[in-house]
Design a protein around this ligand. Structure first.
Ligand code: NAP
Length: 369
């Protein structure tokens, strides 16, 4: 094993299609962490849609470019390490850190911490400790973004009581599945919309097993009698919260199912289409539309305590692991081989070929890559 090149990261030097611009880079062993810092070994790091947008250069939060991933390395060109979310194990603790120990599991409080790497040094205030006895590796690696997004959108916009209704689109997304489960645990009923597909019954069954009350496809919205039948389902307690992952014309159609004084909360635009909200509900039924961004909500250090509280609450909920596939970049690969593997994964994600969350497991290199 090379002593010099001890760790590996996925990097990019310019924005563009992830399937073209991503590569991997090996870097020297991390020195002991400075005071109030930690050395971390990443165990699993998801590839979320926003990570793809970061590499493309169309996301507002960006990783810091750097010419050195470890002491002793000086690159000729700055690189960015993508990865906003991930589970890391603490391998070394700097002076003055009292609340975190070697072996603890942590997730990121700092946005764009560069989790698509095998090891990094971060400040102890930039991570949140998890109780590793109570959560699986996959749930821990995916707990910091999607479940809190679901939890806070259900908590902070409409005062929901048991028996109330919520509508969402993109219901089979990782966020959507968390919304279904959290709502169900609170006795809140969900009307869920997904795209049609050949095995739609299997998807409807899967979401129902998670706790979805009803699952429909967007195609059903074109049937005029559909609105009447959904209104019959909710009776005199029409939904007052619509959670939007998709945007585009079908989202505008969903506003017809809302009661008065409802909120349309947008957190994604997976259709890449704009959202045109009908004016009538805004004027006559008190509809309010706004956006939610977890990174904006939680980017300040002062909010770490609130984040810890929310993550603890989510751990207690024992959510089902998102459907996932783990892609390992084995230590035996050269940087050329590992880079080709990452670009291939990015290409498949771009073509929508996974249909499940992809998580990277990046091993330390065992050759002089
Ligand atoms: N604002 C925030 O704070 C925040 C936080 C977390 C996530 N997000 C955003 O939420 C979205 C979902 O994230 P995730 O990690 O849950 O994603 P995910 O698990 O990868 O799921 C993606 C979802 O998007 C749907 N989709 C893809 N292309 C579509 C299209 N053209 N039209 C309609 N639906 C389409 C997929 O449906 P199919 O199965 O039919 O392909 C799937 O339901 C992303 O936009 C992400 O950036 C925002």
């Amino acid at each position: 094993m090379s002593a010099r090149y001890a760790h590996r990261a996925v990097v990019f030097t310019r924005n563009g299609e992830p399937a073209s611009v991503l590569s991997t880079l090996t870097y020297p062993a991390l020195p002991p962490p400075p005071p109030h810092s930690l050395n971390l070994k990443f165990r699993l790091s998801p590839i979320n849609p926003s990570d793809i947008n970061v590499v493309e250069g169309v996301y507002p939060s960006k990783p810091e470019p750097t010419k050195s991933l470890s002491a002793g390395q000086q690159l000729t060109e700055s690189v960015c390490v993508p990865g906003n979310e991930g589970l890391a194990e603490v391998t070394d603790v700097g002076e003055g850190v009292t609340d975190i120990q070697k072996g603890d599991w942590v997730v990121m409080a700092k946005p764009q911490a560069g989790t698509w790497s095998s090891a990094r040094t971060l400040g102890s205030h930039e991570v949140i400790k998890l109780d590793k006895g109570n959560i699986s590796e996959v749930n821990a690696a995916t707990i910091a973004v999607n479940p809190p997004t679901a939890y806070l959108m259900l908590r902070d916009y409409v005062n929901l009581n048991s028996g109330d209704w919520v509508i969402q689109n993109g219901a089979n997304s990782a966020v959507g599945q968390a919304i279904i489960q959290i709502a169900a645990q609170q006795g809140v009923k969900t009307i869920n919309f997904v795209r049609d597909r050949p095995d739609i019954d299997a998807l409807k069954q899967q979401l129902t097993q998670l706790g979805a009350t009803h699952v429909f496809t967007y195609n059903e919205l074109s049937d005029k009698s559909f609105y009447k039948s959904v209104k019959e389902l909710t009776g005199n307690n029409p939904p007052r919260l619509l959670l939007n992952c998709v945007s585009g014309p079908t989202t505008a159609q969903l506003t017809r199912l809302l009661g008065t004084d409802a909120r349309l909360v947008s957190y994604g635009a997976m259709s890449k289409q704009p959202l045109a909200i009908p004016t009538g509900p805004l004027i006559f039924r008190g509809l309010k539309a706004e956006g939610f961004w977890i990174t904006g909500r939680w980017s300040k250090d002062s909010e770490k305590e609130e984040k810890q509280k929310v993550l603890n609450a989510i751990v207690q909920m024992e959510l089902k692991e998102p459907e996932h596939e783990i892609v390992t970049l084995e230590g035996s690969l050269t940087d050329e081989q590992a880079g080709a593997r990452v670009r291939e994964v990015a290409r498949k994600i771009g073509e929508g070929k996974y249909g499940k969350k992809v998580l990277l497991r990046i091993e330390d290199p065992v050759t002089n890559g």
